[in-house]
Design a protein around this ligand. Structure first.
Ligand code: ZN
Length: 70
């Protein structure tokens, strides 16, 4: 159910106009989107996922190079 902003009457979710006063409902439902967590922890997590394998591969390459030298 959604509530009309103009008369306060309730209508079906699918209805595009209020059956009480005939006003158009807004196109977007008034369900507030919860913003995605963008704190430092979330940023750090995405960065870790992004660069998860990079440093390990670099270390392995360095080890192989060093083992060739010695
Ligand atoms: Zn209404």
């Amino acid at each position: 159910m959604k509530t009309c902003l103009y008369c306060g009457g309730t209508d079906e979710d699918a209805s595009t106009i209020c059956r009480h006063c005939g006003k158009d409902f807004p196109a977007q439902p008034d369900v507030q989107q919860v913003p995605v967590e963008t704190g430092p922890e979330a940023h750090w997590a995405t960065t870790t996922v992004k660069w998860g394998c990079g440093p390990i591969l670099l270390l392995l390459a360095l080890l192989i190079l060093l083992s060739n030298f010695f």
